[in-house]
Write a protein that binds this ligand. Structure first.
Ligand code: KIV
Ligand code: ZN
Length: 509
């Protein structure tokens, strides 16, 4: 009988803590709801002690999500563990995830603790976590570079203290798939309780995280930690969609299954990319724009004769919709709702109403509204929940080869006063952003700005992403419009509004 592998998603913790991937409260909620729809077993919702914002979002996710276990991360100290529990305790199925490093280099230089002190701390803190919560996971950070016998000793200590999952991270992405296969096999045969879940958590520094995770599953791991699109520290974590589709496509080889509703994969990936502004490479496995595109004549001919010649999985399996239905300005709310449902979205009534308003505005400016446009509009609704301290009222921009670019921008502040400023810049975007800076008086810096067409054609919808750094945080803003200047201004304002309304994070060691 095939083995059921638990999918532990850490997009909202390991993923969110990587530069350029931070999310605000409503974005985390939206992502958590989508992860629940995707069918992940465990959502690691955050690191509650790291900031009041993180605490509040973990708590809100714990209250709202019913279909997945909600985990909160904690260092091996009482304050962290208590804070994690205070946030996850509202969940139907809460988990405290405690970690401490076990490699010589981490113990000596980072923790400044002896191996005996580490063992003592693990025994005490796992027992404390267990006194609060029946579901405790213990991770030995940098496990792959730890002495194997010491690692097993620490794991047995954690198990004796009440841990029901032990996690073996390849924190630095240093190990090969074969080495991690051997390590999992070793731990499996040496731990004292064979009934605990054996988890793995692989980073992608050498591009091996997914291969290593699959090798670990072959060795007997029962839980795999991963993130959507593989986002995470440095080169990221193992990509959820690649592990899941690897197991599904090669079911005969792995003889394992997951609880993931694979038709939700594409949507989940797109939502994350929309929220973070981190684009998906066209050649990215499973969810890249080219993942199911057949360009060469030989391939096209083969696929037309029999899809299986070049397609090892079908786009429909991961929720990529090949059918391009078109709506227009005469389409009513019912047609819009039907299309949303056909695309597989489940939205609250208020969100549908908001998305429909955006649809009407867009339909006035764009002849044909395709599925991609609708997905973008839904994404916009999902991330629109930012307090609009500053709102765009109007803008005029002049630019050309013989004049310096000048922008006049009028914003409304807090729904009350209107403020207008004029600025010159290196180009129209620079001029518009400078005018906004003068109004807002902000000390943020534009780090990156991109514009992409959501669809093809002359009247394509433009999606602008602005990344600004503000108080040491990188904040992403998004703007949509068929007019690329308007999309850009909206994206910059969206980032500024997010930065203004975000609380700072603590810097944890
Ligand atoms: O990479 C790592 O070791 C971690 C642990 C906290 C599990 O993220
Ligand atoms: Zn990690």
């Amino acid at each position: 009988m095939s083995r059921r592998i638990k999918i532990f998603d850490t997009t909202l913790r390991d993923g969110e803590q990587s530069p350029g991937c931070s999310m605000n409260f409503s974005e985390k909620m939206e992502m958590a709801r989508q992860l629940e729809r995707l069918g992940v077993d465990i959502i690691e919702a955050g690191f509650p002690v790291s900031s009041p914002d993180d605490f509040e979002s973990v708590k809100a996710i714990a209250k709202a999500i019913k279909g997945s276990t909600i985990a909160g991360l904690a260092r091996c100290v009482e304050g962290d563990i208590q804070r994690a529990y205070d946030a996850v305790k509202y969940a139907q199925s809460p988990r405290i995830h405690v970690f401490l490093a076990t490699s010589d280099i981490h113990m000596q230089y980072k923790l400044k603790m002896t191996p005996d002190q580490v063992v003592e701390r693990v025994a005490k803190m796992v027992a404390f976590a267990r006194s609060l919560c029946p579901d405790v996971e213990f991770s030995a950070e940098d496990a792959s570079r730890s002495d194997q016998d010491f690692l097993v000793h620490v794991f047995n200590t954690a198990i004796a203290a009440g841990a029901s999952t032990i996690n073996i991270p390849d924190t630095t992405g240093y190990s090969t798939p074969t080495e991690m296969y051997d390590l999992v096999s070793y731990v499996k045969t040496h731990i004292q309780n064979p009934h605990v879940d054996l988890s793995v958590h692989n980073h992608n520094d050498l591009g091996l995280a997914v291969a290593t995770s699959l090798a670990c599953i072959r060795a007997g791991a029962t839980q795999v930690e991963c993130t959507v699109n593989g986002i995470g520290e440095r080169a990221g974590n193992a990509a959820l969609e690649e592990i899941v589709m690897g197991l599904k496509t090669r079911q005969g080889y792995y003889d394992c299954e997951t609880g993931i509703h694979t038709k939700q994969i594409y949507r989940t990936s797109k939502l994350l990319s929309t929220i973070t502004g981190v684009p998906i490479s066209p050649t990215k496995s499973i969810v890249g724009a080219n993942a199911f595109a057949h360009e060469s004549g030989i391939h096209q001919h083969g696929v037309l004769a029999n899809r299986m010649t070049y397609e090892i999985m079908s786009p429909e399996d991961v929720g990529v919709n090949q059918n391009k239905m078109v709506l227009g300005k005469h389409s009513g709310k019912h047609a819009f709702i039907d299309r949303i449902e056909e695309l597989g979205y489940k939205m609250e009534e208020a969100d549908v109403a908001e998305a429909f308003e955006r649809f009407k505005v867009l339909a006035d400016r764009k002849k044909e509204i395709t599925d991609r446009d609708i997905e973008a509009l839904i994404g916009a609704s999902a991330v629109a929940n930012v307090k609009e301290t500053y709102k765009l009222k109007s803008f005029v921009v002049n630019s050309g080869t013989v004049i310096s670019a000048t922008a006049v921008v009028k914003l409304e502040k807090d729904g009350q006063e209107e403020i207008e400023q004029v600025a010159r810049g290196e180009g129209p975007i620079d001029a518009a952003f400078k005018a906004i800076d003068q109004i807002v008086g902000c000390h943020s810096k534009l780090e990156n700005w991109t514009i992409n067409a959501v669809t093809e054609g002359e009247d394509a919808l433009g999606e602008a992403i602005s990344k600004i750094s503000c108080n040491g945080n990188l904040v992403t803003g998004r703007g949509l419009s068929p007019d690329i200047l308007e999309a850009s201004i909206k994206s910059y304002l969206n980032a500024i509004n997010k930065a203004i309304n975000a609380a700072p994070k603590a810097n944890l060691e």
